[in-house]
Design a protein around this ligand. Structure first.
Ligand code: PA5
Length: 430
């Protein structure tokens, strides 16, 4: 993985970035030593801590779903679904052909929408399906509500005993209503470690089981993360430490009024990686009346909509571009004798090359237009590189939150809406 901050150094000086190196190192060390805020939520720091036994167990459960189900419904919200959704979307065929005839994965419990739930139940009619219900607290209304419907539906068609064989619960090891329900019903369960919060849980069973069901190599995903852990540890010098550099540059840009970070991709399969990233940084940093607002665009698609705003609106933004060096497939533009579309100047060129020129052209235009740019390059869209990328962002998020002076591992602000909603719904005790 490469990180290029050159196009931010046109607005920030190299000196001001390097002046923060000591502070960034201290923040990174605080993650390693548990000396900072939220010290009880640092379990994600060592992705290698997931044991071989756990990995094999996850693979065996995934295999079980594969041989028994056409569809698997993954229930979860926020950190309990975005990680797996990001990886599965990034590594699956764009048109939904499942890898090696794996079950189709659909999601539920990330909204409270009657039509969505109704249509999901309709879709599941006459399909053999299983359920992976994920909630760390086990008390979140969106997934709990969906699980109630889906569990009842599965039991109604299969009977309680058979349904059990196709339900897996991923939740806290001991506490919470979902844990109690799972114990009571005798479901197969996995625990989300106590010391890992939802948005950092992609490399725990919460992310790994759905990803394995989709036929994606979870060993390689973990390998990428483990290698990135080494590359971003505090003993790596600042100028080579990708997470420290990224954390510093985005905080320095924030200090000079760049309040919005736009994550840019040029590959539609990265859409949910951006959604995952948006949550990771917004929920980790947006507190105490500070924090960068995280947004995302998908280029070239959004160049025809948001591109105008980015080029000419308020200069309060910067872009972080994820670029994939090599596409998986090869397609050259064919020659057309009639050339009505006037595209023969492209004949023989790869589509990926044209996309890369769009990427470069956009970068030049936006940087010239006063939008600082950070560029992250991964060599290809595969398990290993994605594992690296996810870990890089997590590590940088911890450092960045500490640089900002907040606790990156809590989310007190999400309680307010719940309190009001439960009051309005007249939940007893509220
Ligand atoms: O990052 C977080 O902690 C949150 O986004 C949670 O993942 C989200 O609120 C879902 O919580 P739970 O897994 O407890 O249902």
């Amino acid at each position: 993985m490469k990180l290029d901050i050159g196009n931010s150094l046109k607005i920030l000086t190299k000196d001001c970035v390097f002046a923060q190196s000591k502070k960034a190192k201290e923040c990174n060390e605080m993650l390693e030593t548990g000396g900072g805020k939220g010290r009880d939520f640092l379990g994600w720091l060592s992705p290698s801590s997931i044991t071989k036994i756990d990995m094999n167990d996850i693979k065996a459960t995934a295999y079980n779903f594969c041989i028994n189900c056409e569809v698997v419904v993954v229930i979860g919200i926020g950190g309990s679904y975005l990680g797996s959704k990001a990886v599965i979307s990034a590594l699956s065929n764009s048109f939904g052909y499942t890898i090696n005839k794996r079950p189709t994965i659909v999601y539920a419990g990330y909204n409270i929408n009657e039509d969505y739930l109704y249509e999901l139940l309709e879709y599941l009619k006459n399909k053999v399906f299983g359920i992976v219900s994920i909630s760390k607290s086990g008390a979140t209304i969106e997934p709990a509500l969906s699980f109630r419907f889906l569990k009842k539906y599965l039991e109604s068609i299969d009977g309680k005993e058979n349904a059990k064989k196709r339900i897996v619960v991923i939740t806290d090891k001991v506490d919470g209503p979902l844990r109690m329900l799972a114990n009571q019903e005798g479901y197969k369960t996995y625990a989300i470690p106590n010391n890992i919060g939802g948005r950092f849980s992609v490399l725990t069973p919460a992310g790994l089981l759905p990803i394995a069901i989709a036929g994606i190599d979870i060993d390689q995903l973990i390998n990428g993360a483990v290698d990135m852990e080494k590359e971003t540890s505090s003993n790596i010098p600042f100028e080579k430490n990708l997470s420290e550099l990224y954390a510093v540059v985005r905080n320095e840009l924030y200090k000079i009024g760049k309040k919005i970070e736009i994550l840019v991709n040029f590959h539609p399969k990265l859409y949910y990686v951006s959604e995952w990233w948006k949550q990771l940084y917004a929920e980790s940093e947006g507190k105490e009346f500070k924090g960068i607002f995280t947004a995302a665009v998908n280029f070239t698609t959004d160049l025809h909509s948001m591109g105008q705003w980015i080029q000419e609106s308020e200069r309060t933004i910067f872009e972080t571009v994820i670029s994939i060096a090599n596409s998986k497939h090869k397609l050259e533009v064919p020659l057309d004798e009639q050339n009505f579309d006037e595209l023969n100047f492209l004949s023989g060129k790869r589509v990926d090359y044209i996309n890369k020129m769009a990427e470069l052209g956009t970068q030049i235009a936006h940087v010239d237009g006063g939008v600082p740019n950070i560029r992250i390059e991964i060599s290809e869209l595969n398990e290993y590189c994605l594992g690296q990328l996810l870990y890089f962002f997590e590590r940088a998020c911890g450092i960045s939150g500490y640089l900002l002076g907040v606790n990156p591992f809590n989310q007190p602000g999400v309680e307010a809406y719940k309190k009001n909603m439960f009051n309005l719904l007249k939940k007893s005790g509220c």
